[in-house]
Design a protein around this ligand. Sequence first.
Ligand SMILES: Cc1cc2nc3c(=O)[nH]c(=O)nc-3n(C[C@H](O)[C@H](O)[C@H](O)COP(=O)(O)OP(=O)(O)OC[C@H]3O[C@@H](n4cnc5c(N)ncnc54)[C@H](O)[C@@H]3O)c2cc1C
Length: 373
Amino acid sequence: MKVAIMGAGMAGLSCAITLEKHGITPMIFESRSRVGDRFINSEAMFNILNRPVKDTIEHISENYHINMDPIDRVKKLTIHSKNEIGNIEGKIGYTNIRGRHNDSYESQLARQVKSKINFNSTYDYPYLCKHFDNVVLATGDGQYAAGIGNYKCDLTVTIKGATVEGNFVTSNPHVWFNYDVIPKGYIWVIPFSEKEGNIVIAYPDYPDNIKLDIEVMWEKAYNLVSKDLKQNFKITDKFEITRYMMGICNKAKLDNTYFVGNCFGTISPGLGFGQFVAVLTGVYAAYDICNIGVYEELTKPLFENYNHSLTLRRFLESQTNEQMDANIKNLDNRILDSIIDKICDNENGIDLMKLSTPVIRLWNNYKEYSNNR
Ligand SMILES: Cc1cc2nc3c(=O)[nH]c(=O)nc-3n(C[C@H](O)[C@H](O)[C@H](O)COP(=O)(O)OP(=O)(O)OC[C@H]3O[C@@H](n4cnc5c(N)ncnc54)[C@H](O)[C@@H]3O)c2cc1C
């Protein structure tokens, strides 16, 4: 059986590893000259966003025998609003490196692949479709799926980030929801060592935001982070991504084409995380090709997760700075704080996203109704 994988990123490589374990050697086509050949950044995986899974990295290793070595466990997530700071503590998740780095997740996955990766590939999807029995679309965006009418784009996002030198606690990422600085978006600080980390802003491309000057927003965000973390960060690298698509395909599989990773819609619109689901979709596509599972069935819960996450985004967007302050202040309340810590910890599998979605949806509908009156 001839299988083409288009894209040697997290989803494509996870698919290749799984196919090989079941005796199929895929042909992998990668447009870049090496795996992860782009800026280096740090990312995170939070267990709470991927329930019922308790521990994402353990889950991938134990169930699919794919090994990913993170930078550190996240033991504390610090959340800043305009006037408040709160913490979620426990075994929350992991941080990791991406891109052109020997320890990036894609580099680690590539070392577990035996099949040849054809770099600098210029083959397009129609060509692969004609010449292979199965095509796994893993190009890291929804463009191809959208091009064949199989993708619902809910929003696009502008992302600007920098690698900075400073002092970091690798187990403690930070996030800011300050809508004076980044309207309807957020700032992340994710360390990738004790001396280096990323400061990243991400905001939706809504008309009011497009009018704003990205350089001014970035400068404000950088100053806010420097002030709150009491440091003079030295910028050593910068990156910018425009119109990063957040959406999901209508059908996970069309004929013999599998949509995996961001081509499927793994990026969760709530907080912008997609790595864990990228791996899952790669594995699930391989299962279908090997007749171990049915891709459409395996991916069903992922559509549900996506919708919960979209509800969360709409909720976050509907909040004012004052409401965000009130939400974050609750993390300081001793009883609430310990409940939230317990829910987010990987010792229990409570699906907060699923449980809270109906309530959040009611709130979103109420806000929409009052805005339209
Ligand atoms: C700045 C940023 C920060 C993020 N932070 C987080 C985070 O903290 N946590 C989290 O979970 N997720 C995060 N994400 C999302 C996460 O990185 C993605 O969801 C995940 O990488 C998707 O995996 P993928 O395999 O679909 O795509 P990728 O891993 O991007 O791989 C796609 C591959 O396809 C190749 N390709 C593209 N076009 C072609 C073509 N025509 N032919 C052949 N190959 C092609 C690319 O070169 C690339 O190697 C972040 C994303 C960005 C941009």
